[in-house]
Design a protein around this ligand. Structure first.
Ligand code: ZN
Ligand code: ZN
Length: 444
């Protein structure tokens, strides 16, 4: 149980050979030395050496903690965002709160920002959404993000969860894998899309985001007395997915599958129903192309893509063979077929057979499938395969027709924004995506 507002340890960057930044205002370094302006951090002889703009050593140690005298901010240069996604880029970013540089055993540097949860949330909500997003949507998102984070902190305080299976094909040549956020060892969350996009105060804190966080301060989604592991993603594609189809095989009652529409779309149960579903445009909260609304919900670099509800990827066979070889480390020879073996109720594939002339293997779960069939990531694992053309039954092209963006478990961001715009309050939006939960204030 949390006693009050917790401090979150956010990993800003990992394993950099050196770091540069600047302190705006006076900072206390390792409890003594004062620093202001440009700083440079380098590993030297088993510790980190921090120097000022004139090259003078300020302090050294395996870990360097920097705390502002009052209301100070600091800048870190060249922070990578969107790691492994098509929008990956480097940015200088500014933060509030405490800063720590930690020397890793491999001689690299990790930077960590220690920040109060509500301050962190104001930044996350401002980074992920535009200033004009509907207030009830932002409130629903603030409660979701807050719950997810604290549920994770509580899990790690209780001891670590069973870890996902290690990487690489097993003895049967199968790759069945999923990823947890518990793989961060010396901080709670990273600042990237892997956890929640956090760009410090580089993104101006918008008044509406601050209002949404303030109005819901200390409020959590609760199921049977416990704070919920409230997951979210961009768009479900018409129906949300069950927890165990993306992560470990433990059912989570409030992360079950639900129709994301005023009408009840039945769950996908066969390959025929998957094809009929994905190749149609069913009515759904997240089935919107309203540019004004998409502008509100997706930050600019996400708007490069608006075909998230139903999408299509067209590969030449040799092109896809190369992607599979690169991503899985398995040379299958000629790609003969992609066979979905198991799907969840949203239509997302949980297990896929990749059939080649030299090797055939099976891959899962959803994120591993998305990784395996794309140089970055497919939007989702909810797709049907159309093999085209070629002589002697050998396909020349593989066309993937897909639906949804992300794992589909929990809150559908686009759907939630549309619901808010149609007048649903935050409580109703949360009850829709997290059935059986209630709201509780755990600190003031
Ligand atoms: Zn992360
Ligand atoms: Zn949806």
């Amino acid at each position: 149980m949390i006693a009050g507002e917790p401090v979150i340890r956010v990993g800003i960057f990992e394993r950099y050979p050196s770091a540069r930044g600047a302190f705006f205002g006076r900072f206390n370094v390792n409890g003594g030395a004062a620093a202001e302006g440009t700083v440079e951090v380098r590993p030297e002889g088993g510790s980190l050496v921090v120097r000022d703009g004139g090259g003078r050593t300020i302090v050294s140690g395996r870990e360097v903690g920097c705390i502002a005298d009052r209301n100070g901010r600091f800048l870190l240069e060249g922070v990578t965002i969107g790691i492994n996604f098509h929008w990956q880029r480097k940015q200088d970013q500014t933060f509030e709160g405490g800063l720590r540089f930690v020397l890793r055993d491999d001689g690299t540097i990790t930077a960590i920002n220690d920040i109060l949860l509500e301050d962190y949330l104001r930044s996350v909500i401002s980074s992920e959404m535009s200033a004009e997003a509907p207030l009830e949507f932002l409130k629903a998102h603030a409660i979701t993000s807050r719950s997810w984070l604290v549920a994770m902190l509580e899990r790690s305080h209780r001891g670590r969860l069973p870890q996902p299976p290690p990487g690489g094909p097993d003895a049967n040549g199968e790759i069945v894998r999923w990823y947890t956020r518990e793989d961060h060892d010396i901080y709670d969350v990273c600042a990237d899309d892997h956890c929640q996009r956090y760009q410090g105060v580089s993104t101006i804190i918008t008044p509406l985001a601050a209002e949404a966080v303030g109005a819901t301060r200390g409020e959590f989604l609760v199921f049977e007395g416990e704070i919920c592991d409230a997951r979210f993603y961009k768009a479900c594609g018409g129906r949300t997915e069950e927890f165990h189809n993306a992560w470990e095989d433990t059912p989570v009652p409030y992360l079950s599958s639900t129709s994301d529409a005023p009408i009840d779309h039945p769950p996908i149960s066969t390959e025929e129903s998957a094809a009929a579903w994905i190749l149609s445009q069913p009515e759904a909260y997240c089935n919107t192309r309203d540019p004004a609304l998409l502008h509100q919900v997706l930050p600019s670099f996400d708007r490069e893509t608006t075909d998230f509800f139903r999408w299509k990827v067209d590969y030449r066979r040799d092109e896809l063979e190369e992607i599979i070889r690169d991503r899985s480390g398995i040379d299958i020879g000629t790609l003969l077929d992609l066979v979905p073996l198991a799907r969840g109720p949203s239509g997302r594939i949980r297990r896929l057979r990749i059939k080649g002339s030299q090797r055939t293997f099976e891959v899962g779960k959803e994120l591993e499938i998305r990784r395996c069939l794309s140089p970055s990531h497919l939007y989702s694992s909810g797709f049907v395969v159309q093999a085209e053309g070629g002589a002697a039954d050998l396909p020349e092209r593989f066309i993937l027709h897909g639906g949804g963006w992300g794992h589909g478990v929990g809150l559908c961001q686009i759907g939630a924004a549309v619901m808010a715009e149609r007048g649903f309050p935050a409580e109703a939006i949360l009850a829709h995506y997290f059935p059986g939960t209630s709201l509780e204030r755990r600190y003031r």
